[in-house]
Design a protein around this ligand. Structure first.
Ligand SMILES: CC(C)(COP(=O)(O)OP(=O)(O)OC[C@H]1O[C@@H](n2cnc3c(N)ncnc32)[C@H](O)[C@@H]1OP(=O)(O)O)[C@@H](O)C(=O)NCCC(=O)NCCS
Length: 182
């Protein structure tokens, strides 16, 4: 797996160096702490630290030094990949970190030959729409995607098609992360 380096520019000061890398089991505590405020607001599904540790191989984390400022997990869903538990620390939002983590998930999905990248969200539809995702109408939801929905949560499913004829002219910028080998 590779480590990626992102430089988030901030006018008037030295740029912060952000590193995106595969998560390790010992990151689970920080992933849980990062996710907690968004779980509290109902934006993310609550996951125990033990579950996050067990699923750490699903996750990419964005770090500023020792501080974990963003994370995203991916899991297979039929011939697609679903991005989940995507969140960025409140004081680091709006700097392109979320977009880059989704870009990395997209690269993984393409490498695996997936036909689409999926995201379930309650309030993030507009944001995913900016990245080229479109909402999947209920009558087009495939059986293998139904298991993604949590009972009682009114989430909508968004889909980014990765088949060349459908994704060829979307305006989503390519992932800007510089790739470096670990
Ligand atoms: C949604 C979330 C992951 C976005 O991450 P982020 O790092 O703040 O977003 P980015 O900076 O990468 O945003 C990329 C673009 O979307 C825009 N954007 C940011 N927040 C937005 C919003 N709420 N609605 C619409 N557009 C938004 C940015 O301005 C940027 O556009 P630009 O490149 O033209 O300037 C982050 O806000 C978050 O953690 N939210 C809480 C948890 C959550 O809702 N997760 C999604 C559920 S799966």
């Amino acid at each position: 797996m590779r480590e990626s380096v992102l430089t988030a520019s901030r006018s008037g000061s030295a740029p912060d160096v952000l590193v995106a890398r595969p998560a390790r089991p010992e990151d689970a505590e920080q992933i849980a702490l990062l996710s907690a405020p968004f779980v509290e607001r109902g934006l993310l599904v609550a996951r125990a630290q033990a579950e996050l540790a067990a699923r750490s191989q699903d996750f990419v984390v964005a770090c500023e030094g020792d501080r974990l400022v963003g994370c995203a997990g991916v899991a297979p869903a039929g011939d697609s990949l679903v991005v989940y538990n995507l969140c960025i620390a409140a004081d680091r939002q709006g700097r392109g970190i979320g977009r880059d983590l989704v870009g990395m998930a997209e690269s993984t999905a393409r490498r695996l030959g997936c036909s689409a990248l999926l995201a379930l969200t309650r309030h993030g539809g507009k944001w995913f729409g900016q990245l080229g995702f479109t909402e999947v109408p209920a009558n087009e939801t495939r059986d293998e995607w139904r298991a993604l929905f949590r009972p009682g949560r009114k989430s909508s499913l968004y889909r980014l098609s990765l088949t060349s004829e459908q994704s060829g002219n979307r305006s989503t910028p390519a992932c800007r992360l510089k790739q470096t080998k670990e």
